[in-house]
Write a protein that binds this ligand. Structure first.
Ligand SMILES: [Zn+2]
Length: 828
């Protein structure tokens, strides 16, 4: 382009902008030199927030987001008091003014935190009234000393348990969140009083006993965020002292990944960035991104935005059949929402949408009447049978059941309401920012204090166009921020039908600063292109993306009821069509030419996250891989190295958005020929025990074959190797037994006890144990045994008078209220 043409275009652009009276610019985040005049944001010395949460009620979601909330209100979340035993009102410690009673742990606040917000966002009077009943009760539980909530969480209580430390503050951390949005909804000053008194109690609590031993120590940044929330409203200086104390005593997420439990990761990796608001130490901000890189770099080479967490990340288990807990999906979405406010960095909006669109919807059935514990990128059957150790947890994990999954069953409630509350945010320069795109209506004060309403009309992320209709009582000047997602190279903007020339880079804001009229229309187009992502750590499998959506094979689903009630049934889901496909990709052809996009009509009921109602589909070329099958547990076999050989015919298959697919393949092997292509191997069967073994009981997720598998632990809390446990048996007398193929002479054994105290589990070293040997039909104690050791992190050896026997039995007495287990049992 010639110099004169550039000058001419610049003049034309300027003229156009003048005609529209707009200043248009591109920024990476809103400036923090000013402070929003209308909405509560960080007070000094806390770092200023580039994005500010609007009070609850300011955003009225529409379209599919509203539909999720309505379905949630009619589904198990809206009716959980009728389903969950933890929400039974009789004798509930959360409802008792003196905090006595039962069921006083995390379940009530987990549910109430989302349930209340659901009511406020929807304006649902039934839900608002039910939430108020629980909130009122919680407000009345505060004692003279400032502590509130169930007293069983304190050492002074008769019900107190040794494994929670001097005080278990975790349940209250969640209840504080429920109280905070209740305050934003009602401005009920009792909330501020309760929080102030409670935080004084926390500040006075002896520091060395403040947070240990586990859950509360891990998750204390939730407490910290609530301290800052109150500080921004009251300015009480003591709250900053408490903030520093919480940071000093909590798990060291600022130094490393402090726990590999999947929910702790999703919830706590954000901790250092939260404290950064007070410390202003750049390393704290970097530590959150370092945590993210450490976790996702190893376990996150999968589509859907989460990682292979199961219960805990385990070495070697990082493929697309590993799963994420529903709690972790909602906690990660919340982390992104919080980090957006603190940093203004739009990568958190992209990461939030990735999980919200691709991973979170299938955590529940399409009618939101049942949920499961674990969601995987690749899963071909969701039955209630045990899948451990392929997936870490044993027993029912994948099937949909509204009566089960305890933590997720209650905690899932906040996923969609919190998402809806963060679609729009205020900016420090008295503007508004569209950060998570969805149909909605936002009403907020801008510019000189005029209230403006912006209606967003869109089917995003299933469509690439958004229309914003602006209305106000009078014209008002303010900056409007529009987010450009990371996948969008060439966004287009039109104001009242006139195109604005703009070069906005991905993950930036387009800022349009002008006097907005009373019915201005702004059109934003975010062109979506098809892209492939390869996952080298996972067999070089491939995922197909278009815009923010990742696509999955469309698999026929058959729902079979296996439990529950007629009103609230539980479902297994089985495939009715083949799923074992590899994609046929031609490296010489442009990607866009290899997939055909088919737009379908928008579902009348506004629920797009259904296999058969997906508003957009794609076709692709694929070949079956006959040896890719489910393993002996009914778990999809892991992806093997691509390219993969296949002599099957090439077929045209349909892909649908991952979020619409409950059975799904979204990390595909791909087909190749030639000598480098892999011959896919059938799944390997169950490992056999080296010595035939029996047990009085073994937890479904563990295996008695662990005792003699010669996989040696590095410490007693080693989760990287198989184990046997008597979980959930507690305080009982239990046994394990070796049946030798031929009688043998034994005079010594060694036992390595499993004990997951450090990671918050329920297994401990036993109170005592002894050995017996079979003598004919009798079991006899071995004689002259040396000490029966119960030490952690080592083999406990015992010698005795040698006997010749066909079987040896190890009998243990479990500690009171504890279970136990063994990692290895060697016989000499
Ligand atoms: Zn959970």
């Amino acid at each position: 382009m010639s110099r004169s043409r550039i000058v001419l275009m610049a003049i034309l652009t300027l003229v156009l902008f003048q005609a529209l009276q707009a200043s248009v610019r591109v920024v990476s985040m809103p400036p923090t030199v000013e402070r929003n005049d209308f909405y509560v944001s960080n007070q000094p010395p806390l770092t200023p927030e580039p994005l500010i949460k609007l009070p609850i009620g300011a955003i009225k979601p529409d379209g599919w987001v509203r539909r999720q909330l309505e379905l949630q209100a009619d589904g198990f979340v809206g009716h959980l008091t009728e389903i969950s035993q933890f929400l039974r009102k009789e004798g509930n410690a959360w409802l008792s003014p003196d905090g006595t009673g039962e069921r006083g742990w995390e379940e009530v606040p987990y549910w109430l935190k989302g349930f209340g917000d659901l009511g406020y966002v929807l304006g649902d009077e039934r839900i608002i009234a039910e939430a108020k009943f629980w909130i009122e009760a919680a407000l009345k539980t505060q004692g003279e000393d400032g502590f509130f909530g169930p007293r069983a969480n304190l050492k002074s209580s008769a019900e107190w348990k040794a494994d929670v430390g001097e005080a278990d503050l975790w349940p209250n951390m969640i209840m504080l969140n429920a109280l905070q949005t209740y305050y934003e909804f009602t401005y009920d000053h009792r909330v501020l009083e309760l929080m102030r008194n409670y935080f004084k109690w926390e500040l006075a609590f002896p520091e060395e006993k403040f947070l240990p031993p586990f859950w509360q120590e891990q998750r204390a940044s939730d407490n910290l965020a609530s301290v800052y929330w109150l500080y921004n409203r009251t300015g009480d200086e003591f709250l900053l002292q408490l903030g520093a104390k919480i940071h000093r005593t909590m798990a060291r997420w600022d130094e490393t990944v402090a726990s590999w439990h999947n929910v702790n990761i999703a919830q706590c990796f954000r901790a250092p960035a939260i404290f950064h608001q007070q410390s202003h130490d750049r390393h704290h901000l970097l530590a959150t991104e370092r945590n993210y890189a450490m976790i996702w770099g190893v376990y996150g080479e999968v589509p859907g935005g989460m990682f292979g967490g199961d219960e805990n990340c385990r070495k070697g288990y990082h493929g697309p059949r590993q799963a994420i807990e529903t709690c972790a999906s909602v906690e990660f979405m919340l982390s992104c929402e919080m980090l957006l406010k603190i940093t203004g960095d739009l990568k958190w909006a992209d990461r939030c949408e990735d999980v919200a669109f691709n991973t979170f919807p299938p955590s529940m059935t399409a009618d939101l009447k049942a949920l499961h514990y674990l969601t995987s990128p690749n899963v071909c059957q969701l039955d209630h049978g045990n899948k451990a150790p392929g997936i870490q947890n044993g027993g029912e994990m994948l099937s949909y059941n509204p009566h089960s999954y305890r933590c997720c069953q209650h905690n899932v409630a906040h996923g969609w309401p919190y998402y809806a509350e963060h679609l729009w945010m205020a900016t420090p320069d008295n503007g508004l920012a569209a950060v998570l795109y969805a149909a909605s209506e936002v009403t907020a004060k801008v510019g000189d204090g005029t209230e403006v309403t912006i209606r967003t009309e869109t089917h995003y992320p299933f469509a690439d166009s958004l229309r914003f209709v602006i209305s106000a009582d009078k014209d008002v000047t303010f900056p409007l921020y529009l987010r450009v997602p990371k996948w969008c190279e060439a966004p287009e903007v039109k104001i009242n039908g006139r195109k604005i020339k703009i070069h906005a880079r991905p993950q930036s804001f387009i800022v349009i600063d002008r006097e907005w009229g009373q019915s201005d229309k702004l059109d934003l187009t975010l062109p979506m292109t098809i892209g492939l992502r390869y996952w080298p750590r996972n067999g070089d499998s491939v995922s197909v993306d278009r815009g923010p959506l990742t696509y999955s094979l469309k698999i026929g689903e058959k729902y079979t009821r296996y439990a529950g009630t007629d009103e609230w049934p539980a479902w297994d889901v089985y495939p009715t069509t083949a799923w074992n496909y590899g994609l046929v990709i031609d490296p010489a052809k442009p990607v866009a030419k290899q997939f055909k996009v088919k737009k379908r009509s928008w579902p009348q009921d506004n629920q797009p996250f259904v296999t058969t109602a997906a508003p957009i589909e794609m076709t692709a070329k694929a070949k079956k891989i006959p040896n890719w099958q489910v393993d002996h547990l009914g778990l999809i076999d892991e992806v093997q190295q691509s390219p993969v050989q296949s002599d099957e015919k090439t077929e045209t298959v349909t892909l649908i958005p991952m979020g619409c697919a409950r059975l799904r393949i979204s990390a595909f092997p791909w087909i190749g020929d030639g000598p480098g292509a892999t011959e896919w191997q059938l799944p390997v069967g169950p490992p056999a025990a080296k010595i035939p073994t029996k047990a009085s009981h073994c937890y479904g997720g563990d295996t008695i074959t662990a005792l003699s598998d010669e996989k040696l632990p590095t410490h007693s809390d080693d989760h990287d190797i198989p184990r046997m446990t008597w979980w959930p048996h507690q305080g009982t007398t239990e046994w394990v037994q070796y049946d030798f193929k031929q009688p043998r002479k034994v005079g010594a054994v060694e036992v390595y006890w499993f004990d997951d105290t450090p990671t918050g589990g329920g297994c401990r070293i036993p109170a005592s144990w002894k050995l017996l040997y079979r003598d004919g039909d009798d079991w006899k104690d071995v004689k002259n045994a040396s000490a029966y050791g119960v030490e952690k992190d080592k083999f406990n050896a015992v010698t005795f008078d040698a006997v010749k026997t066909s079987a040896l039995r190890l009998e243990v007495q479990l500690q009171n209220d504890c279970s136990g287990g063994i990692l290895e049992w060697r016989v000499q």
